[in-house]
Design a protein around this ligand. Structure first.
Ligand code: NHO
Length: 363
């Protein structure tokens, strides 16, 4: 029999999306039992698709889109188009769009499965979260978002397995941001000298470790979103990332800076504050790290700076690595810990491609 066919639609082809396309091209070549047929690809600048859902060559999809793309259809039009495809459809959302995230329930109800690194839908309102999973059930579709926490590392799948095999998660703790990891590993190292806080932030930006606007990392929201996702998966009905304390590292006086350039040029005025925090940690024989934690028993969720013993796994982190520890009944005092690269196009795309395989296995 000829191999079965699955239609793939990709929205977003930036840092993660372009790496995903390379991985998809490899998979399409090496996957014998299923023919993966790209029928739709879009960026903010336009879309490429045809009314008969003809195959788009994955390897040349991006340059073809740039040369021959049409105007970007509305989200509603995209849903209609994909719901009418001749085969089962998997939508890959590689954007950080809130509008697309809000439409997940509609895609899912119409039978379109979704895989994505986009955190917005899963860390938005609790109502949207519930709507997504009930829509998937009623539409016979699936939704996976491994890369929304810890890039390609198996963080979400591990937590799901702990819960679904009857273990009891008591506490989740870790460093969830590649940017924050780099900043604190540099600013508060376990050995050796360190520069000033504002210099460290500038260096991280120059090396490409921060968002284009570093304030988007320093406000802690990225970490708060990831904790919201993990907390919900562990069973806490967290209302939103704004419903628990998140320590912003943007000095209050700079909250109203008009541009990131003004922010970066004035950050040094507040170096003393961070220096003082580091000094207090040092006096206690410790280092500073920016962490998030969820205490299941007390439902206490928090995000911010804390002091750690230099021998603690969180203190010993390198580069921009993430570390996530699950404390459970089964694992006892030594948590199940996952550590490794938590940011970057290729490793984040791997989580998305892995999700694609999970869906293929179940279709
Ligand atoms: P880009 O490079 O800005 O690309 C976005 C693409 O989406 C572009 O092609 C744009 O044209 C398209 N787009 C945007 N809005 C659209 C719309 N309405 N319709 C059609 N197309 C639209 O973004 P990235 O870096 O490729 O990220 C893509 C998604 O992956 C985002 O949701 C991001 O949050 C998520 N993600 C990225 C990373 C990463 O390393 N780049 C990670 C996780 C998730 O593990 C990573 C991480 O957490 C990094 C974090 N900053 C940290 O730990 O420090």
């Amino acid at each position: 029999a000829p191999p079965r066919q699955i239609n793939i639609a990709v929205i977003g082809a930036g840092g993660v999306g372009s790496c995903f396309l390379s991985q998809l091209a490899w998979l399409a070549k090496n996957q014998k039992s299923t023919r993966l047929s790209l029928c739709y690809i879009a960026t903010i600048d336009g879309a490429l698709y045809s009314q008969d859902y003809a195959d788009i060559n994955i390897e040349t999809a991006l340059p073809t889109l740039e040369a021959k793309g049409y105007a970007l259809p509305s989200v509603a039009e995209t849903i209609e188009y994909l719901a009418g495809a001749p085969h089962k459809v998997i939508l890959v959302d590689n954007t950080s769009s809130g509008a697309i995230a809000e439409a997940y329930p509609e895609f899912l109800r119409r039978g379109v499965s979704i895989i994505t690194p986009n955190k917005k839908a899963f860390s938005g309102s609790y109502e949207l979260w519930q709507d997504i999973f009930s829509a998937a059930q009623s539409g016979g579709s699936m939704v996976y978002h491994e890369s929304s926490v810890g890039a390609g590392m198996p963080v979400i799948s591990t937590l799901k397995e702990l819960v679904q095999t009857g273990d009891e998660v008591t506490r989740i703790e870790g460093v969830f941001s590649g940017t924050m990891s780099f900043l604190f590993n540099q600013f508060s190292p376990t050995t050796g000298q360190a520069g000033k806080w504002s210099e460290t932030v500038k260096k991280a930006k120059e090396l490409g470790y921060t968002e284009p606007d570093p304030r988007d990392d320093l406000n802690g929201l990225d970490v708060a979103r990831k904790l919201t996702i993990l907390g919900r998966l562990a069973g806490l009905p967290i209302e939103s990332p704004a419903s628990f304390p998140v320590q912003s590292l943007i000095p209050e006086e700079l909250n109203n800076c008009a541009t990131r350039f003004e922010f970066l040029s004035r950050l040094h005025e507040f170096d003393d504050r961070m220096e003082n925090k580091k000094y207090l940690a040092k006096k206690a024989g410790k280092v500073l790290r920016y962490v998030g934690s969820i205490e299941m028993g007390t439902r206490n969720v928090k995000v911010g700076m804390e002091m750690f013993d230099p021998t603690h796994a969180i203190a010993a982190l390198k580069g921009s690595d993430n570390i996530i520890s699950f404390y459970t009944k089964r694992y006892g005092e030594m948590p199940l810990t996952i550590r490794g690269a938590g940011a970057g196009g290729d490793v984040t795309a791997m989580g998305v491609t892995g999700d694609l395989l999970k869906i293929l296995c179940q279709m």
